[in-house]
Design a binder for this molecule. Structure first.
Ligand code: IFM
Length: 471
């Protein structure tokens, strides 16, 4: 009894039933891009374009999860994960983005889901993590309204195949990135630099979410979306900086939150992007703002912004040339000297508490999950192992931030570390390692880092130690 009490007193415990997970995405891990009838996606095309991905890397092989998923599920099991968030490759399921399902593609996800369930790990599939079938991009991509309807059809196919064994289904992951890195800055596939198209893409991604959510919600299926939110702070109290913060908060956070949770776009953001036509039809926002069962929050860092000329752009790609903020291209991003990850992103866990309490405090109630949070560091193998104390410290600090949010009344129900294992980090190729598990990309050998062992202890104890990092 005494032992139990003293253990509880020295730990920050999370609520019973809290989901302890890790996350990945299809193009970043699966490889096998031509296997079993998979069609090309915009990321296949983009990654094979010279000069857009560091080192000319592609996801052709990635970490070969398509062939090694059983080994990977065993790894998850050894960490004690209770949930695993992954994405489904649309072009495995519908090679050309429309028409009948490719049975072999669906079978892969059936096998994966079954393996997870057998291991006692809850599958959390995401339907769209940026890999639009190339055929749909050829027809105009997300800026075309029809893509939203094609997405809803695809969602129905996946639900038909997996709906009997999957409870939590996420529609779109980080629609901000898909829209604005894909169609405004061109840092991501399909690499277009067309501000109006990017705004239409954002609207149609949300519409696709809404159409899918309306069709799939049911007794068994809980549907939500995952948005990447940032704490946004003006670099100074000057009007020009406060306006910059309003703009970035508007397009990065409120555009998506207001649409999903209130069924409207913020007036000030619509004014900021006034010259552009988003292609909104009557009734769209009712569809987008229809009920959801949970909201995923992806959090990495805080933006400190200025409207003054001469500040640096945000770090969105090694080759960044254009702004991903249409209508607010002048805004600059400032560093304040905090420690950075290998991405150059300053670490600020207080921003996570801030965004979670903001969503819970300012919007209609919805269960929240941190669906991504983690850090890249320059990990090295030494004596057969990988010691990554910086990642342990990062996740420890962010879990404390989650605990603070729960203490403040936020209905936070789970946490997914990004990422389960090292993988293809988009424009950075294989140069940035976010994994709890190290992958030797030449041999595909998986080596759990010390952060993986530490996270396993956290999961086992249901919380983190006060004043220590439970190592
Ligand atoms: O790797 C990405 C992921 O695909 C989406 N969210 C951010 C991660 C780190 O950049």
């Amino acid at each position: 009894m005494t032992t139990q009490r003293s253990q509880a007193e020295t730990q920050l415990l999370f609520p019973a039933g809290f989901a302890w997970g890790a996350a990945t995405a299809a193009y970043q891990i699966e490889g096998a891009v031509a296997a079993d009838g998979r069609g090309p996606s915009i990321w296949d095309t983009f990654a094979h374009t010279p000069g857009v991905v560091l080192g000319g890397d592609t996801g052709d092989v990635a970490v070969d999860h398509y062939h090694r998923f059983r080994e990977d599920v065993a790894l998850m099991s050894s960490l004690g994960l209770t949930a695993y968030r992954f994405s489904i490759s649309w072009s495995r399921v519908q090679p050309h983005g429309a028409g009948p399902a490719n049975a072999k593609g669906l079978d892969f996800y059936r096998r994966l889901v079954d393996a997870l369930l057998e291991a006692g790990i809850e599958p959390w599939p995401t339907l769209y993590h940026w890999d639009l079938p190339q055929a749909l991009e050829d027809a105009g991509g997300w800026p075309e309204r029809d893509t939203a309807y094609r997405f809803a059809d695809y969602a129905g196919i996946v639900h038909g195949a997996l709906g009997d064994r999957v409870t939590n289904l996420t529609t779109v992951n980080e629609p901000w990135c898909a829209a604005f890195l894909g169609y405004a800055s061109g840092d991501h596939a399909p690499g277009r630099r067309e501000p109006e198209a990017s705004l239409r893409a954002a609207h149609h991604l949300l519409l696709g979410h809404g159409l899918a959510a309306r069709a799939l919600r049911g007794d068994r299926t809980r549907v939500g979306a995952a948005v990447n939110l940032y704490a946004v702070t003006p670099a100074s109290e000057a009007d020009v900086d406060r306006d910059a913060a309003r703009r970035i908060d508007g397009l990065q956070n409120r555009f998506f939150l207001d649409a999903l949770l209130r069924g409207r776009y913020p007036d000030d953001v619509l004014t900021d992007v006034e010259p552009y036509d988003l292609g909104v039809h009557d009734g769209d926002l009712e569809v987008i703002g229809g009920p959801i069962d949970m909201l995923g929050v992806n959090y990495y860092n805080r933006f400190i912004v200025t409207g003054r000329a001469g500040a640096a752009p945000a770090i969105t790609s090694p080759f960044a040339q254009a702004s991903p903020w249409p209508g607010s291209e002048h805004v600059g991003f400032v560093r304040v000297g905090r420690p950075v990850t290998a991405m150059g992103w300053e670490i600020d866990e207080s921003g996570l508490t801030e965004v979670l309490t903001r969503v819970a405090g300012e919007y209609p109630p919805v269960p929240l999950y941190v669906t991504e949070n983690g850090a890249a560091f320059d990990d090295v193998v030494s004596a057969g192992g990988v010691d990554d104390p910086d990642r342990v410290a990062y996740i420890d600090a962010h879990l404390r931030a989650c605990h603070d949010a729960i203490g403040a009344g936020v209905p936070l129900r789970g946490y997914f570390a990004w990422s389960l294992m090292d993988n293809f980090e988009w424009g950075w190729g294989y140069a940035k390692r976010f994994g709890l598990v190290y992958v030797d990309f030449a041999t595909q050998r998986r080596i759990p880092k010390s952060s993986a062992r530490w996270y396993a202890t956290v999961i086992e104890r249901g919380g983190i130690g006060i004043g220590t990092m439970n190592t």
